[in-house]
Design a protein around this ligand. Sequence first.
Ligand code: OSB
Ligand code: MG
Length: 370
Amino acid sequence: MSVVRAVELRLVGIPLVRPFRTSFGVETEKRCILARVETDLGYGWGECVAGIDPDFSEEFNEGAWLVLRDFLIPALFAAGDVGAADLDAVFSRVRGHPMAKATLVNAVLDAELRSAGRSLASFLGADKDRVACGVSVGIAPTTEELLDQVAGYLAEGYRRIKLKIEPGTDVERVAAVREAHPDIPLSVDANAAYTLADVTVFRALDELDLLMVEQPLHHEDLVQHAKLQQMIRSPICLDESIRSPADASAALELGACRILNVKQGRVGGLLEARRVHDVARAQEAPVWCGGMLETGIGRAANLALSAMPGFTLPGDTSASRRYFEQDLTEPFEMASDGTMGVPSGPGIGVDPLPDRLRACTLRLERIEKE
Ligand code: OSB
Ligand code: MG
């Protein structure tokens, strides 16, 4: 338990090494909110996974900033002496906005763990100190470029390739990658771009021995996902549809998916992510750690989460250099066997490099408890 005395909100921007294109848009820069909470015991960091536009979810940077500044931070100050585990209740009067809430939950948890000298991985019950890494490959301009990128990532050691697809850029592309690499773990992510009327696409993908098909349909279509899962062999994995442990449990019970992508930021933070993990484990559904092109701050949290026992598939926990020429923290590097070390220092185990942080900050607002 501790009293939060101030929160620094910061909008940061870092160019991506190459544009990242999905079925919902293209990103050339990572832009996100970082929160640094100051408590009577120390400080902690949280990264908000919202992006520039409300496209992956309703949440986006400018909206999340206002929700944090005008609702969540005042509620946190009013709560007085609190622990990260209490924040669910403290924030309950704000409906939705799991990404904004996660920012503070994670920052307060980081502060608690730092002051206790305990690593996040140990707190979450990690059973490994290295995790297997996959890579999410954006929609490329041509099949040749896609094949080049995939070959490059495989040469670096990535243990699973995930291809972004959209209507019109799907079966042929995926088949070309499968032909070039008959034995690799391969998956696709549609980011909700299809409908049940596209079942022929998924039947064709079924022939390509995919590890999973991620979020084929609209995020609110749990029933349609259950119908699609009945029609195809490849396991469906849900991402956008899962915003809470309750969603996870509903989706598994309905048969809307057989695998879950756990993004701590999308489900309201690390504590809720642990609950999603527990729900999935109780139903023997594998989970893996998704990513939102995080900076080193969010990446450190993701790596700790990935080290939990139910995370049995490689995550989108790629090396810093897959995203940025220079990260905000010391770069996360992947070994040639496709594994990455889980930070073991107190809390998330990393800090932003002061000069990098200054150079990447686009806006800074300090909010103090009265
Ligand atoms: O759907 O998993 C997704 C990135 C931004 C928004 C949504 C998604 C992604 C990724 C990249 O696939 C995962 C990563 O490497 O961080
Ligand atoms: Mg996804």
